[in-house]
Structure formats: structure tokens, C-alpha cells
Design a protein around this ligand. Structure first.
Ligand code: SAH
Length: 222
């Protein structure tokens, strides 16, 4: 299943994913086509396959269809000028996609607890033509514990969490804007994606979407 959307470039991969119903929004497809996945993997041989790949440190770059699901779920909040927090930013791939959606007046904060991955993601984004966006603080990549969020830049219109939390971290709900939306895998042995919405009055609701298997949102191993 995962392999049938393979292409020889990001544009071809995304077009194939659209044909198979794995990307449905033209806005998301356009943003994903601007990001060359080969710049965010260790071995580019399989860059344009719809499958996760190891990026070292027990981490993986998620499969493109998961990046597409997450982005499509958050899309109503990813307007030009919006602020986005990507927790467990790993390769930096999704930060690039979010950047193309919120544009130069928006800001994307990538938060990752492995400092080596933070440095690598900055190199990846630079290679992908986003050096100026980093210089201009349109994209900020920081090392830190995602469970605490990044209060300095809060509130966020959208929060994406790329690793599974045992329960919904209160700090992250607090850092959501009103209105705002978070896409987060929750669970240990069995995990599901939750969509957490904060309305314009600050009321919070959550909805379970579908089962997944993510790496855990954990303490850093020393
Ligand atoms: N979304 C990214 C990476 C997904 S893998 C991509 O597609 O490239 C999950 C990432 O979460 C890993 O890089 C891992 O190091 C990170 N992570 C795990 N626990 C964390 C924590 N407490 N704080 C921040 N990042 C964490």
C-alpha cells in the first residue's frame, strides 16, 4: 500500500498520492510539492516513497501520507500569517510544509529534544532553499522538551505533535490560541490521533480520529 505512490520526485510522489486519495487538498499538495523530501532523509534512494525512514537517534521521518493527513487536519488554521508549533520536528520536513502555507508573515517553531537533529534539520531546511526564512525567523528550530511546549512564542494557531504522549499535555493546551487546533497522537501500547480544538471563547474539545503507531514523546536518553 505505502509503496504504490512512489515517484521519481516530490512532485510526482504527491501527484500519485493525490490520485490514490492520500492527499486531497490542492493547497496541501502545492505546499508539499515545494518541499524536496530528498533534503530531509539520510539516504535519498527511497526519498520519494510513501514510507517512513530512519533519521538516526531512534527517530524516523514520517511517511508522506501521515504528513499530508496532519497538514490537512490543521489546514483551516494554517492561514497566511498564522503561528505554528511543530513538536518532535525531527528532519524539519513538516516545518517546511507549514512555512509554505503560513507564508512569510507567519512563523513556524520546530521543537525537538535531540540537539543533533535540530542542527541537522536546520541544514536540511537550508539545503531546501529556506535559509532566508530561518535567518528572518519565519522558521525557528529549537532544542527542548516538547511536553513543555515553547511558551515564548505562544499562543499558536496550530500545534502538531509528531511523537505519542501518554496523555494530553496541559502545557500544550494552554499554548493553543482561541481559536486553535492541535493534532496529537496519544497513547502508549495503543495510540490514536486526537484533534484538540479550542474555540474563540477558550472552550476545549477533543475528538479521537484514527489509530496510529508513533515513537513516544519521551525523556531524552543520556
Ligand atoms: N515529524 C518529524 C519526526 C518524527 S519522529 C519528521 O517527520 O521528520 C518523532 C520525533 O520526536 C523524534 O525526532 C524525537 O526525537 C522527537 N521527540 C521525542 N520525544 C520528544 C520530546 N519530549 N520533546 C521533543 N521532541 C521529542
Amino acid at each position: 500500500m505505502a509503496w504504490r505512490s512512489s515517484g521519481s520526485s516530490s512532485a510526482e510522489l504527491i501527484s500519485n498520492m493525490m490520485r490514490h486519495g492520500l492527499v486531497n487538498s490542492p493547497r496541501v499538495a502545492e505546499a508539499m510539492k515545494k518541499v524536496d523530501r530528498a533534503n530531509y532523509v539520510i539516504d535519498p534512494t527511497y526519498a520519494y516513497e510513501d514510507s517512513p525512514q530512519p533519521i538516526g537517534y531512534d527517530a524516523t521521518i514520517s511517511a508522506p501520507h501521515m504528513h499530508a493527513h496532519a497538514t490537512e487536519n490543521l489546514l483551516p488554521l494554517l492561514k497566511p500569517g498564522a503561528k505554528v508549533l511543530d513538536i518532535g520536528s525531527g528532519s524539519g520536513y513538516l516545518c517546511a510544509v507549514f512555512h509554505h502555507l503560513v507564508g512569510p508573515t507567519g512563523r513556524v517553531v520546530g521543537l525537538e529534544h535531540i540537539p543533533e537533529l535540530v542542527d541537522w534539520s536546520v541544514q536540511n531546511l537550508d539545503r531546501d532553499g529556506l535559509g532566508a526564512a530561518i535567518k528572518g525567523a519565519q522558521i525557528i528550530m529549537v532544542a527542548g522538551d516538547g511536553r513543555q511546549g515553547f511558551p515564548r512564542e505562544a499562543p499558536y494557531d496550530a500545534i502538531h505533535v509528531g511523537a505519542a504522549a501518554p496523555r494530553l499535555p496541559k502545557a500544550l493546551v494552554d499554548q493553543l490560541a482561541s481559536p486553535g487546533r492541535m493534532f496529537i497522537p496519544i497513547g502508549t501500547l495503543s495510540q490514536s490521533i486526537y484533534q484538540v480544538d479550542k474555540d474563540e471563547h477558550g472552550n476545549v474539545t477533543q475528538k479521537e480520529l484514527f489509530g496510529v503507531m508513533y515513537v513516544p514523546l519521551t525523556d531524552r536518553r543520556i
